[in-house]
Design a protein around this ligand. Sequence first.
Ligand code: HEC
Length: 402
Amino acid sequence: MDPIVFDWLSLIVRWIHVITGIAWIGSSFYFMWLDAHLTKPNPPRERIEGEIWMVHSGGFYLTEKRKLVPGEVPPDLHWFKWEAAFTLITGLLLLVLVYYLSAEVYLIDRTVADIGPATAIGIGVATLVVGWLIYDLLWISPLAARHESWATVLSCLLLAGAAYGLTQVFGGRGAFIHVGALIGTIMVINVWVRILPAQSAMIAATEAGREADYGRGLKAKQRSVHNNYMTLPVLFIMISNHYPMTYGHPYNWAILLALFAVGAGVRHYFNLRNRGVRNRWLIPVAAAATVALAVATAPRVDDDAIAEADDGEPVAFAQAHATIRFHCTSCHSANPTHESFDKAPNGVVFDTPADIKERAGRILARTVVTKTMPLGNETEMSDEERLLLGRWIYQGAKIDGE
Ligand code: HEC
């Protein structure tokens, strides 16, 4: 595909994905908030479960939550469904555009698993399909009906298994995005397969003059609560590809799960607060856990290894330069020769010695410490070469004659 066409296509799809995602998650937050803030009408009125006055953008709103009278069909019922549908459609398109069309670059890391694009894409698609089936079967099973907390624990364990498994077959970035895509797919199918049909059945019942089965409504609400807890973790995953210290870490799956727990914990705090319960420790614990995670996973340059590799001889710039030319400039050049890039990724070029020296700190971070460059280790850079660059940078990143 023409690179310009590709970039614009990707821009448009990503833009729509973010917009519909905001609309969807926004309404998820809003309805959780609404449900928690409704008050019983005083004096009680028939079929009114709760009501609330709100003021927003210069207007006053009176909203009530009510059960339908058999035979009553609201004339103009607004459904919240297209936000979710378009988030999924655009999300899957992005997955194909970014990760499947350039599987060699973004999905596969041959130092993790030596698989080809077809296998990788097959695993990716299967994860989404099988993952949702397992989740759904679990939550319609008697176990979930009788022991909701056990089903929750089991779901978390299964998710942990998926995260671990994916990091064993894909590069970190590809693994993370598939965990995110799996969660996102579950969330959208929850809306379309579990929540909307339950709502339709309730309307059909009242239309036929019967009392709606509000038990179905409660089941639908359970899925909606799941979705609500998954919002913050999934948002982290969507921005995670900017943070190589997470997906590029040897324990990337554990970092992902820890941040998942932090996100869900913060969401829990807000859900409790909405119900009038002030939990004092959730936010401090989430904050402390994030700091602890940052400290525990702080990429340490293997100073010892660099020192050990040091034979007392200064590394000549020519050696560092040759390494970079071999492993980096196919992409990081004003005129890249790599087929997937028509311009330097992130504007980072290593064409001149000055370009290289200027970015020595980032070269250390990406190549020596997190080993997330070269991308997908396509050029099979060895540890010795990484240490060579590390030594050159430690010795002051000197260009000959300095
Ligand atoms: C196959 C293409 C490819 C190769 C080869 C490659 N990179 Fe990158 N690089 C990228 C892409 C794509 C990005 C932007 C995404 C990202 O940051 O992960 C990037 C971003 C960067 C950044 C900027 C982001 C930051 O963290 O500051 C640096 C620095 C970098 N690469 C260094 C290197 C070095 C050093 C090498 C060689 C050892 C290298 N890259 C090889 C594709 C490549």
